[in-house]
Design a protein around this ligand. Structure first.
Ligand code: SAH
Ligand code: SF4
Length: 366
């Protein structure tokens, strides 16, 4: 199988260049051509000698996941369904806002962690995405957004995607090495040049991997808490049986000194009658009082075959107020891209049914 240069970060490209007898600085040129200029054909890389371009073409490829569909919602939310082979699809969602543009990226096909309210978890685990498939989502979004903005200058200014959140399909920390390599590319000034504060990894709480992320690539961290005690969290987020709340909060506290932000974001899906009472809010406020954090309440998005219901707006408001009165910063996640089914919710991930009219949905973030 040909080497796909999209699988390599700067270090990997330096090794590749050395292996083919080229100088290490060629890696930097390749990074720029691939990720900033958005080129996939070596022939277009005009500051490389023709002989080198020809040599590269015999040794490597630059291959992206194929775009199966591209939807745009009335509110500007855009969603790509990408093929990753064997009838599997992944989704990437772009959420434009006045001051930023956030891209929500998938890390796995399916997920093994089986959270009770998550469609991806219900599908089970299929496979990890490669680095090329993860960073390819950013490449595709950047390219498409700039073209649609009429910016054809070649070298991109990264105006479109300003923030990345690893909140699509899958558990990013369960695909650790590939996700870290993709994160390195997101942060690399010769590739996407995003700041650490603008790249967020969301995890359901893989404690040892949170520590490894701190050591290897400390970006902003969001933790899917969803319950204020172990008894309830065991049911909603089964990985809690292995890494209970106390250990998870200790990992969050260890993370903070190295984190680019001075808080952890706790995500909390609002499930009617399950985790959304005033008592739950008070218990939560007490639980996290020693962990600098913000809360992001996510109204549950339903999908077929699930019995959970979204909390009533009034319950969400009261829950938020209890946390705010306890001194926390709380946001309630807006539902975006409703008309293209790109709101937080389920992710279908299959591309076999080509007749489907409505797009499969992806869990997104902001
Ligand atoms: N696996 C990681 C990241 C992907 S999920 C994690 O669990 O954190 C991104 C967020 O969407 C998580 O907080 C997740 O719990 C939440 N989520 C999953 N299913 C949802 C649904 N049906 N409605 C609303 N949020 C959901
Ligand atoms: Fe996996 Fe996250 Fe879904 Fe849980 S919520 S099953 S960890 S993708």
């Amino acid at each position: 199988m040909a080497i796909n240069l999209l699988d390599y970060d700067s270090k990997g490209l330096v090794e590749f260049c050395t292996e083919i007898g080229e100088k290490p600085f060629r890696a930097r040129q390749l990074l720029r051509w691939i990720h900033q200029a958005g080129k996939t054909d070596f022939a277009d890389m005009s500051d490389l000698a023709k002989s080198l371009r020809e040599k590269l073409a015999t040794k490597a490829i630059i291959e992206l996941p194929a775009i199966i569909s591209d939807y745009e919602a009335a509110d500007g939310t855009r969603k790509w369904l990408l093929s990753v082979g064997s009838g599997n699809g992944i989704e990437t969602v772009f959420i434009p806002e006045t001051t930023r543009g956030t891209l929500c990226i998938s890390s796995q096909v399916g997920c093994a962690l089986a959270c009770a309210f998550c469609s991806t978890g219900m599908q089970g685990f299929n496979r990890n995405l490669t680095v090329a498939e993860i960073i390819g989502q950013l490449w595709i979004a950047n390219n498409a957004l700039e073209v649609s903005e009429g910016d054809n200058r070649g070298i991109r200014a990264h105006k479109a995607v300003t923030n990345v959140v690893m909140m699509g399909m899958g558990e990013p920390l369960a695909n650790f090495e590939n996700v870290v390599t993709a994160l390195e590319l997101m942060l690399d000034d010769y590739a996407y040049g995003l700041s650490r504060r603008r790249v967020t990894v969301s995890t359901s709480g893989l404690v040892p991997a949170i520590d490894r992320l701190r050591e290897r690539c400390p970006v902003a961290l969001a933790v899917s808490l969803h319950a204020p005690n172990d008894a309830l969290r065991d049911q909603l987020v089964p990985i809690n049986k292995k890494y209970p709340i106390k250990e998870l909060l200790a990992a969050c506290q260890r993370y903070l000194p190295d984190a680019p932000r001075d808080f952890i974001t706790f995500e909390y899906v609002m499930l009617d009658g399950v985790n959304d009472s005033i008592e739950h809010a008070k218990e939560l406020a007490k639980l996290t009082k020693d962990t600098p954090c913000k809360f992001n309440l996510i109204p549950f998005n339903t999908f077929s075959g699930i019995s959970f219901k979204r909390s009533k707006s009034e319950s969400i408001r009261i829950f938020r107020d209890v946390l705010m009165q306890a001194g926390y910063v709380v946001t309630v996640r807006k539902t975006r891209g409703d008309d293209i089914a790109a709101a937080c919710g389920q992710l279908a991930g299959q591309v076999k049914d080509k007749t489907r009219r409505t797009a499969p949905t992806v869990r997104i973030c902001q």
